[in-house]
Design a protein around this ligand. Structure first.
Ligand code: CA
Ligand code: CA
Length: 299
């Protein structure tokens, strides 16, 4: 199996990044990833004032996928996620939903054992590993910091990006230039403190080039649902775009009349928050797969 070690670090999704590895479509690759602080916080640390802010939100990559050309789509099947034995959470002034109320920085170490998090003396949580940052390079000339989400993917902090799901991303440059980072041992929708349980680890994915489809990506498919994901200045805008994208997909892929697609969303789809703390906000629309049981779905 191919492997990308975590010293292949990028801080921006850009066509200017040299590929760290080149693989044929259909390959499986392990991405080793740092946590979002590039592993700068150690167990001995009781605050995070000493970290180098030029080294946050790294992503491992980029991966050049042979045959991927602008206009194609890249399927990223998430086969498995392994996380390290300790995660970290941070919050403080100007960070997250409560940034105006906090006067100090706070740091919390959380150990992981037997697939559970020792959150506190009284609270144990099951791990729910997910990928925070995953994206392709935007079209030539653009470069997007890894901490920002967008149409290329990036820092979407969508907890549906987990084992068993297939994320669909745009291919805007030759090879797609996929990069992955920012694993969370668990995260609630919204990510209100500005973080999940941030943790290093590794993600095993299979990449596949899909030609001849112009879907409104990013999209995600798992065993239960079809998801559109969108990022914008506000959650209102992001959720409106995600809903419009789902309607567009239903009309083009399932030949559904537009008003029928709108009714279907209103009847069974859920509009959910991914995160409300990054430079752009991210929302998603989840349509139950069961509602399309009589359609032959592409994924
Ligand atoms: Ca993130
Ligand atoms: Ca994170």
């Amino acid at each position: 199996m191919y492997k990308l070690k975590k010293h292949h670090t990028i801080y921006k999704m850009s066509a200017n990044n040299s590929p760290a590895l080149q693989v044929p479509s259909g390959s499986a690759i392990v991405f080793d990833t740092c946590d979002c602080f590039e592993d700068q916080i150690s167990l001995e640390d009781s605050d995070f004032s000493g970290i180098d802010w030029n080294h946050i939100n790294p992503a491992t990559g980029p991966l050049y996928v042979e045959g991927a050309q602008p206009g194609d789509l890249l399927l990223v099947h998430i086969d498995s996620i392994e996380v390290a034995t300790t995660g970290v959470m941070t919050t403080g002034p100007r960070l997250g939903v409560f940034g105006d109320e906090l006067e100090h920085n706070y740091l919390k170490h959380i150990s992981v054992e037997n697939d559970h998090l020792h959150f506190s003396k009284h609270i144990t949580l099951p791990i729910r590993p997910m990928v925070g940052v995953i994206g392709t390079a935007p079209a030539d000339g653009e470069s997007v910091p890894c901490g920002t989400p967008g149409q290329h993917g990036g820092n979407m902090d969508c907890r549906r990006i987990t084992t068993g799901s297939t994320l669909v991303l745009p291919v805007s440059v030759s090879g797609a230039l996929l990069a992955i980072g920012d694993l969370h041992a668990t995260m609630g929708d919204g990510e209100v403190a500005v973080c999940g349980v941030e943790i290093a680890g590794s993600v095993t994915v299979r990449v596949e080039v899909l030609k001849g489809k112009s879907w409104p990506v990013p999209m995600l498919f798992d065993s239960e649902r079809i998801v559109t994901i969108a990022s914008a200045q506000t959650l209102d805008e992001a959720s409106t775009i995600a809903a419009a994208n789902m309607v567009e997909w239903l009309t083009s892929e399932c030949q559904m009349a537009k008003e029928e697609a709108i009714f279907l969303l209103s009847a069974v789809a859920d509009v959910r928050i991914c995160q409300m703390v990054d430079p752009l906000r991210t929302a998603r629309v989840e349509l139950p797969r069961s509602s399309l049981a009589s359609y032959s779905l592409p994924l």
